[in-house]
Design a protein around this ligand. Structure first.
Ligand SMILES: [Zn+2]
Length: 190
């Protein structure tokens, strides 16, 4: 075996085809355009590793997190099925705020279903007295109810109002009567 050492891919090609640099560039651009025009896009088996929660279905690509919470996910093809098979679409979806919200909601649900609530909240709860612990527990139960039933965060203050009307002492948590507080609760549990 006496192969000449090849230092790079370009050195390999330069020996077999000496095409001027400019011409080569134009041709490769044309080829790329032709390739993009004719290309039949399809599923790439490694995508689920890069985009956790992504699955391929008969109706196209679907995000399992957003599908689990369609009300939080909003109007997105990743719930109904995306047939573009473009990595750009996936990058856009998997870095979006709505997707992140669904991932968090799924984590909250999983944790509560598993009967444990570990995380930053534990440290806060450990510092609370019994009365405040009870209040915070009611608050988080309400936030969980919103998330698990796929209701918009804006229903959170109304649910608190209802409980207060029914005799709850939740009115003591004055700064938590808003949809933003609901989002904060969800992120804390996560
Ligand atoms: Zn998603």
């Amino acid at each position: 075996m006496n192969y000449k050492k090849q230092t790079s891919i370009s050195s390999f090609f330069s020996e077999t085809a000496e095409v001027p640099e400019k011409k080569k560039k134009t041709e490769s651009q044309d080829q790329k355009k032709k390739y993009e025009d004719k290309r039949v896009r399809g599923w790439v088996s490694t995508w689920p590793m890069k985009f956790p929660g992504l699955v391929n279905t008969d109706r196209g690509m679907v995000c399992t997190f957003c599908r689990q919470f369609p009300a939080l996910a909003g109007d997105t093809v990743m719930v109904t099925g995306c047939k573009s098979y473009r990595v750009e679409s996936l990058c856009g979806h998997f870095s979006s705020q709505t997707h992140m919200r669904c991932v968090k909601a799924a984590a909250v649900q999983k944790r509560i279903e598993a009967g444990r609530c570990a995380g930053p909240l534990d440290q806060i709860v450990n510092k609370l007295g019994e009365h405040h612990y009870s209040l915070v527990k009611k608050l988080f139960n309400t936030a969980y109810c919103v998330v698990v039933n796929e209701m918009p965060f804006t229903t959170f203050p109304n649910l608190l109002k209802l409980q207060i009307k029914n005799g709850s002492d939740l009115d003591q948590l004055i700064s938590y009567q808003s949809d933003k507080a609901c989002a904060r609760c969800v992120s804390l549990i996560n």
